[in-house]
Design a protein around this ligand. Structure first.
Ligand SMILES: [Zn+2]
Length: 332
């Protein structure tokens, strides 16, 4: 059996190795059971409080994939002395958020027996904190205005892909990083909306080499270029997932960030942001995702696998949680 700690310490995995390890649906399913074998993560002698969070978006119903994510965070906290499990509603995308889903999420968690500590935090109440963080990055010259439309970025990708050297990954090509102050002023005077993007190269140069530690993958070197110059403040919402999650994990004193391994690449950006915002570095646990019979991750539109649907079909909480043990049985 593969050791979860084999890669800790001296021999960090490369990013591509990590993605290979995420592997096939079968490999992912076995990773899930391995994951639960390693819990609880701390012993009675630990003095540091483990604090985790589950952070769904109230834009749809919770499904089995959420149940797994909530369970990993819950068990990580409850497996330690005085551990705390917090709930955060990631509700920045006002156009997609529906009021009824806040309650539906909380009802599902309570029904599953995954109780949380304190009041749930709503990110929509936290805009002032995100603006302060953005201000600090702006003051250090780490972000720049991006006036590009989605269409312009796609055209630029197509142009780069057609060039002899090709394109490795569709990251933002950095068009607006090269704008002169005069060109920026011209766009702003014309009333062009803009996002703020991280200058990932400058941020990496100033930070120097960084690592983060994942309880499943071990110590990983940060690759600041993996996602390129990500958006930290969207044109429509004034914030972005990357900025908000980093600010709020620190605000809520989260010690163990648990989430699906689809977000592993994002953690490279998050470490960079933590460094530049002077925020503490949490431990990470990127768990496997539950995949359907076609190897596709569960989407919010998988209504038949919504927790509420399973409950109404007569399933008991323990049965639903058991479905997250080994991925989905094909008969389901
Ligand atoms: Zn741009």
């Amino acid at each position: 059996m593969m050791s979860l700690h084999r890669h800790s310490g001296k021999n960090p995995l490369s990013v591509s190795e990590v993605f290979q390890k995420c592997g096939s649906p079968d490999a992912r399913a076995s990773h899930v059971s391995l994951l639960f074998e390693m819990l609880p993560l701390s012993k009675a002698s630990d003095v540091v409080t483990v604090r985790t969070r589950f952070a769904p978006s109230p834009t749809g119903q919770l499904h089995l994939g959420h149940a797994l994510a909530a369970r990993v965070a819950h068990e990580t906290a409850r497996g330690s002395v005085r551990g705390q499990f917090l709930l955060r509603h990631e509700d920045l995308d006002g156009a997609r958020v529906r009021e009824a889903f806040y309650q539906a999420i909380e009802d599902d968690l309570e029904w599953l027996g995954l109780s949380w500590d304190g009041d749930a935090l709503r990110q929509s109440t936290r805009m002032a904190a995100y603006e302060l963080a953005l201000e600090r990055l702006r003051g250090n010259g780490l972000i720049y205005r991006c006036f590009c439309t989605r269409r312009e970025i796609q055209d630029e990708w197509a142009r780069i892909a057609a060039a002899p050297q090709g394109a490795a990954m569709p990251v933002y090509p950095g068009t607006c990083r090269r704008l002169t102050p005069g060109q920026q002023r011209q766009q702003m005077d014309a009333g062009a909306p803009y996002a703020w993007r991280l200058d990932s190269r400058r941020a990496a140069d100033l930070a120097g080499p960084l690592t983060f530690h994942d309880l499943r993958f071990g110590s990983l070197d940060v690759d600041p270029q993996l996602l390129g110059d990500v958006v930290l403040s969207r044109k429509d919402t004034g914030c972005s997932y990357h900025l908000a999650v980093v600010v709020d994990d620190a605000f809520q004193h989260i010690t163990h960030v648990t989430r699906g391994d689809d977000l592993l690449a994002s953690t490279h950006v998050h470490r960079l942001l933590q460094f530049h915002l002077g925020l503490p570095e949490p431990l990470y646990l990127h768990h496997p995702l539950i995949l359907d019979d076609h190897g596709i991750r569960l989407a919010k539109r998988s209504d038949s696998l919504a927790i509420a649907t399973l409950r109404e079909a007569g399933k008991m909480p323990a049965e639903v949680l058991a479905l997250t043990d080994h991925g989905l049985p094909s008969a389901f």
